[in-house]
Design a protein around this ligand. Structure first.
Ligand code: GAR
Length: 200
């Protein structure tokens, strides 16, 4: 009998949407740079000035810049993701609502990170410092991050995981912003990895 041929499992392919700095995208690219499980196949942005484009270049990962018309009135992005065999779409600081056709093309395969403990402090206009200011103004005792599946409404899809910390009396906007970012960088790549493992 001929010896069985060892089949190398294909890596899962991740596409990241980001609108700005892309520090989370950076952590994800770092995490999967030498991974056997998955690789970042593409970075997409609606903002041609976004620093995430520079970060992608540093990792030699292809990028795609798109406008509203392409995103909301065509299937081009879906076709692009399908042509690259993308398995998982990750929103990492992406601020536009995801259209229904994209959600339908990738059912339960689009995830988002949100810098608050959803269902509180979510929805349109709730991003970055707007959230942290609202959290402080309400004298919340804790805050954190939520990683969740994406549906057709802002910040409403099924929750995957939350991570939280206590707000100290001395905490101001800067500390909250910093702690949230630390939490995101620490956990987001690992949560993505555990999702990827479940896809195998
Ligand atoms: C992150 O804090 C992310 O949670 C938030 O944007 C930031 C992007 O930072 N996303 C939202 O507020 C979505 N509603 P980054 O560009 O440095 O990764």
């Amino acid at each position: 009998m001929p010896a069985p041929i060892a089949v190398k499992p294909l890596k899962k392919r991740i596409a990241i949407f980001a609108s700005g700095s892309g520090s989370n995208a950076q952590k994800i690219m770092e995490h999967f740079k030498n991974s056997k499980l998955a690789e970042v196949a593409l970075i997409l942005t609606n903002n041609s000035e976004a620093f995430v484009l520079q970060r992608a270049d540093n990792f030699e990962i292809p990028t795609h810049i798109f406008n509203r018309k392409e995103f909301y009135e065509s299937d081009r992005i879906i076709r692009l993701l399908e042509s690259l065999n993308v398995d998982l779409v990750v929103l990492a600081g992406f601020l536009w609502l995801v259209p229904q056709n994209l959600i339908a093309a990738f059912p339960n395969k689009i995830i988002n990170i949100h810098p608050a403990l959803l269902p509180n402090y979510g929805g349109k206009g709730m991003y970055g410092d707007h959230i942290h200011r609202a959290v402080l103004a309400a004298r919340e005792k804790e805050t954190g991050i939520t990683i969740h599946f994406v549906n057709e409404n802002f910040d409403e899809g099924e929750m995957i995981q939350q991570f939280r910390f206590k707000i100290e009396l001395k905490d101001e906007l800067e500390n909250i912003r910093f702690k949230i970012q630390q939490l995101e960088h620490q956990h987001f790549p690992k949560v993505i990895e555990s999702l990827v493992k479940k896809m195998n």
